[in-house]
Design a protein around this ligand. Structure first.
Ligand code: MG
Length: 337
């Protein structure tokens, strides 16, 4: 069997490859009893004294390199910063490894670096190490960026994606589908003049506000495979069910219009500036208010709650119909991050 595009698109096909061919070939996947690679969480942890170090890494192959609302520099920084942040850890620094195609314009690399820097500055993250490689013109498409992020949390304050408990409220920090749909529309020729913009953003400042209120039980960023993939993964890992209210899930009009035109479900495409979290019911309103006070959280909403019905994600429509929100086979938009 050979690798297909769906092996890198989130969803079940990628999940099977990771389990069977990657995890099964590794023997030591955890240090000091910290969160293991096997957990397939957003990051892993290394407990050290009173603290836990969080480590995560992410390769970026987004196409095109510059798109409405962002570019590969911003996504490379934000994606990794967000994976550290949703573990409940303060992101400290990233490493930046770039593999660049021979012939790539240095002006474009300059733009990418400035964008990466501005993204890191928003959340006071340093770029402290990196690597630069060049490949022959016919061997690579533009540039590939791999960032690794490190962060820190007090012991006992790590938030996993598996901590949901029955009765918790589910909060999404803003509208879904923006990144995937804007990228897809741009590729389809709508250009930069569209209302659709990627939501790519570093989320630590918003997450910190929520953590300061307390009551957050689980967090994850709904990237590849979108909300549908993320919520199913959280439910499955937590051993609980979830009931969402379709009407409560924020989707921008422009995203709705584009998704109807392109036949793509906005719940199944990537977000790059959103967080999905479970929050204790009694804290949910206060956490929501804290999130809404942040620039990237003004459209945040409570979209459902955790129920005892094991592993199933149900979604209730305005007219009272209920359907199962399935894990997508793969993100319908390739090379999205
Ligand atoms: Mg993640």
């Amino acid at each position: 069997m050979k690798i297909g595009m769906s092996h890198g698109a989130g969803g079940e096909v990628m999940g099977d490859l990771i389990k069977e061919t990657i995890l099964n070939n590794l023997s030591k996947k955890s240090v000091n009893g910290g969160i293991s690679l096997d957990a397939l969480d957003d990051g892993s942890t290394i407990p050290m004294g009173d603290y836990e170090i969080v480590l995560t890494t992410d390769g970026h192959t987004v196409n095109p390199l510059f798109f409405p609302g962002g570019d590969i520099g911003r996504i490379s920084a934000a994606g990794t910063i967000n994976d550290v942040s949703v573990m409940g850890a303060k992101p400290l620094a990233i490493s930046n490894a770039m593999i660049i195609q021979e012939g790539f314009p240095i002006e474009d690399l300059d733009k990418i670096m400035k964008s990466m820097n501005a993204t890191c500055e928003e959340v006071d993250v340093a770029v402290i190490t990196g690597d630069t490689k060049v490949m022959e013109q016919d061997k690579l498409d533009g540039i590939v960026i791999v960032t690794t992020g490190i962060g820190i949390a007090k012991k006992g304050e790590i938030i996993t994606d598996s901590g949901l408990e029955v009765g918790d409220k589910i909060i999404i920090t803003g509208s879904v589908g923006d990144h995937g749909m804007s990228l897809m529309s741009f590729r389809e020729g709508f250009g930069f003049e569209t209302e659709l913009k990627s939501d790519v953003a570093p989320m630590w400042n918003l997450i910190k506000k929520a953590l300061d209120v307390g009551g957050v039980t689980a967090m994850k960023d709904p990237t590849r495979g979108g909300l549908a993939n993320c919520i199913n993964e959280m439910a499955k890992k937590s051993g609980v069910g979830i009931k969402l209210q379709a009407e409560a899930i924020p989707v921008k009009e422009a995203v709705k219009a584009a998704s109807e035109m392109l036949g793509i479900d906005p719940f199944e495409v990537a977000n790059e500036g959103k967080v999905l979290m479970g929050v204790k019911a009694e804290k949910a309103d206060e956490v929501l208010a804290a999130i809404k006070s942040e620039e990237y959280g003004k459209d945040a909403a409570i979209i459902g709650e955790v129920i005892a019905d094991e592993d199933k994600v149900l979604i209730e429509t305005a007219i009272g119909g209920i359907r199962i929100l399935e894990t997508p086979i793969a993100d319908p938009v390739p090379r999205v991050c």
